[in-house]
Each structure stands twice: as C-alpha cells, then as structure tokens.
Design a protein around this ligand. Sequence first.
Ligand code: SF4
Ligand code: SF4
Length: 353
Amino acid sequence: MYDSNFDMQRLMFHPGEVAHWLEHGQSRGPLYTEMALSTRCNCRCVFCGVDYLVNKTHDDIETADAKRIIDELHGLGNRAVMFAGHGESLLHTDALEIISHASAKMSTSVTTNGYPLDDAKLPLIDGLKWIRFSINGCDAANYAAVHRVPEAAFDQVMTNLERAVERKRSRKLGVVIGVQLVLLDENAGELVDFARRLKAVGVDYFSVKPFSQHPLSECQLKPDYAAQAHLEDALEALQDESFKVIYRARSIDRVNSEKRYEKCHGTHFISFVSANGNVCECNVFDGDPRFLTGNAREESLGAIWRGPRRQAVLDFIDHDLDIAKECRDICRMDECNCYLDRLKNPMDHDDFI
Ligand code: SF4
Ligand code: SF4
C-alpha cells in the first residue's frame, strides 16, 4: 500500500536519523538520493526547469561508476534512490542493469518522460517501488507543443505506458505506475479527457502539480491557476478504488507564497548525483559551484559526505543563503524544512501533544 499524499513530508518516519541530526548537527548519511544517469534528453519541454543544463553536455555516467556509487550509498545507509535529474535517465544504454542493481539493495523509483522505456528496458520496472511518467500534453498535438517533439512521440509514450501496466498486471508486480502533468495554460483544456484515458489504460494515479519557476531556468512562465480551479472537482470525480487523482491544490496555493522557514536544514538528509558525477547539496542549484560538494567519479561518496568541502557548503546554506530571494518555491525539501525548522524552533504549546 502507498500513501498518495504527495504534499506531505516523510522525514518524520525516520525519527532516529532526525534525532541524531538534532543532537550532533550532522546526519549519519543521506536517506534519499536523486541520481541522474544522463544529461541528455529527447524532449525540450517549454516548462523545463533545468533547461540551462539539459543537453548542454552529453554525459552518460559510466556503468561501473554508477554501480559503485549505488553500493556506496547503500553503505552510507541511504534508503531510497530516485533515478531522475537533469536529463532523461532511461536514455542510458545500461539503465536496466544500473537500476536493477540499485533495486536489489534499496527502494528505487524512476521519473521518466517514458519515451525510452522500450521492450528491452521495460524489465527495469520489476524491482521498483514506483515509476512516474511525466506526460505534459493531453493529446498528440498538445504533447508535441509542450514537449517540443514530433507528434508521433505521444503515441510511443502512451504505448510504453500501456506495456508497463500490462507487465505489472501479468506479473503481479508491486510497482505503482503513475502519470504526472505540470499544469500549464497550454495543457489545461483537454485535461479531463486525458485523465479519462489514463484511467482506461489502468495507471494507478494521475498527479497534477503546479509549475514552479526555477531561479536559474531560461524559461519564464506564469500559469493562471485561478482560471484552472474548476479542474480539481472534475478530475477528482474520476477517482475510484484503483485510480487516484492527486490534484496538488496545496502546492498550487503555495506557489509564489513566502517561505515558512528561515533556514534550509533538509539538505542534511538528501543527496544529488549528476550524470557527470557531480554531487551537489541541492538539486535546484546543480551547476552552481556554491553547492558543489565533490565528484563521485573521483572520490567516494562517504569522503564527500564527511569532507570539508561539504561542510563549507552546509555552512554557506546555514549562514549566507538567502532562501527567500534565491530558492525555488515548493522545492523538494519544502515540507521537510517546515518540520525541521519547527524542531529547531519549538513553539510554546508544542508539549501539548
Ligand atoms: S523531459 Fe524533463 S528533463 Fe527533458 S526537457 Fe522535459 S522537463 Fe526537461
Ligand atoms: S531550494 Fe530548497 S532545498 Fe535547495 S537550498 Fe533552497 S530551501 Fe534548501
């Protein structure tokens, strides 16, 4: 069973790690890692937050390096890896081998645009906890306009999605298969029809999340979410026991709102490894040298995690980063940061549990 509340933080389910951090000011190691296998992507999405990085280089991580990094993460006590990042990880020739290696050691998931998940790579879903297809157009023409690919790509992605669902069913796999769409003015029109189609395909959920402006991104968008508010009820009416609609209303409300904490502590529990081996303290600032803690092709992750360079980055985040001005709205660690901030700054009535 999985919890479909995508707006909650799950750090509270690791009280021992949080207590260690509170006592020592350091976590023992990352609990969760996002790992990218490639900096290439077959899409050029109009909303891509990492457009300043994707396809600027063509790095695919060496397979042996990727497997060693996964082993090192396991040794550090890392519980889960999501394969995603600044590029499409499933374009990596050895995606099946690398992801299967990780799935044998820890909880794994994949976020993908779905296009490269052909029959040869499809078995990689067998060991996953979940896979999320990022499909941001509701039909072939809309998909082509948003992802900036030929229209035929939409049919290929939908075919790959159907094959994944079929494999899950025929093999009784535990993997949760979802589709996520970033709500834009460009794709809102046919959204309910698209949700009906996804339900018919048999995916487990359809998640609709807001666009959040990336501080370093070349694209600049301001979707009009007030105009789309009616979609929530229409989408949720499609739900039943086997098909969930996760309309991220809470996240939509938080876009452009003020940060609810003054310091970021969440990075103590998470790590990011890019396809070029760079390890950075926050994925929003991948490519920004202020956040770079080392390169996993040159040093072990343990040495990076405990090294002076990472400590300097943590000190910078703690003392000098102006999160109100620089950070992305509803970033990956937003909810975790609220929780950690409250632990660091308890309020008067918190003893009244
Ligand atoms: S699929 Fe993802 S990484 Fe590729 S262009 Fe689109 S948003 Fe960017
Ligand atoms: S974007 Fe979020 S996770 Fe990154 S440094 Fe800012 S508050 Fe922390």
